[in-house]
Ligand binder design. Sequence first.
Ligand SMILES: [Zn+2]
Length: 454
Amino acid sequence: MTLQAFLSRRTVTPEGILPRAILVEGGRIRAVVPLDQVPPTAIVHDYADAAILPGLVDSHVHINDPGRAHWEGFHTATRAAAAGGYTSLIDMPLNCLPATTTVAGLEMKRDAARGQCRVDWGAWGGVISDNQGDIEALADAGVLGFKCFLIDAGIEGFSMVSEQELRRALPHVARTGLPLLVHAELAGPVEAATAALGSADWRSYATYLKSRPDEAELSAIRLLISLCREFGFRLHIVHLASSEALAELRAARAEGLPVSVETCPHYLHLEAETIPDGATLCKCAPPIRSRENREKLWQGLKDGVIDLIVTDHSPCPPEMKRLEEGNFRTAWGGISSLSVALPLVWTDAQRRGFTLSDIARWMAEAPARLAGLEGRKGRIAAGYDADMVVFDPETEFVVTEMNLYYRHHVSPYLNEKLRGVVEATYVRGQLVFANGEFPGENSGREVCRHDSPR
Ligand SMILES: [Zn+2]
């Protein structure tokens, strides 16, 4: 087997940011050693002052394949991922057709992925109103966990769950030991707020923001915490947008409940105050809230109440964003950012005093742990897959369509100046992206909970 050595004066390891060589053999990291201890037989890749981080893991991506590959697809999503420094994507069970709510649906997804993937991928299974009987079979078939909605998901094929339906599902979920990822907004407060808006102007961002109040998130999270206490399942709150829920999430964890929390680049970067009317590129649910709220989310990351940052990459054909009419009521909600999320988060994080170690924890290690991939993905350490991103953290660039790579080049970040450039991405020791090119074959494979332990 060939021995490769990847050298950097800023290798981001669990012990800190150190001058280290990463020795790779057979797709795995064999050892991480000081720069003067590289065996003479090794093929050396010297990245000098560029940092090497663990390949990023995005546990919240909508690949939309099979069935809606014209929205995105395995081929385009995993290329965008490689260009963005991501080496593993975990696909959400909705927006594809069929949704991943049965074992047959999972098998169709595997067929769609075959030969198409630049990076590794895994599947979340769906919990919907009537598939309680499929949950344990999906776990046996290899999903990494489950996802459900407490409010209408806004797409056919994936029904929301009521509290009653969720109560029927939870004993099954708990038995699998896998996490349940929940879109935490309750319909009641959203319906009441929307009704109270009367004939408000839906081109105004303020109207959209009022229609999805903090209370919708807060009441959902309260319900979920109490169900977590009652049923003992692993609860994960997806895309937390409201900082008002942080205190109760902190208390739940202090109580010892198995609760984890994510937020997304758009909630950490954008702010309601500066979203222009009609700017439906910024529509997502829950909505982007105030500047003050955004700063509290950063504080939540600092305090460790928020564990991870994921993209919620959720593409659609550009016409569904209804950019001409700019109507926040009818436009598709979802923001795509796979290929620019790392510089986007880094630009804001370094300004607030965070380091590349924080980035590695939020965007690689913690999402890998959520998906049960600890020990295999998310760290630069012996025994782990040799998934790496070479990142120049100082160089600035302006985002253009050239940087997007996913199928439809739609983004609220075009023309923004960001800091940090992905120079190269390696999956299991193989170069999959370098300086705008995609060398070699599509060698991404499914990561499954049944893969042999190390
Ligand atoms: Zn999502």
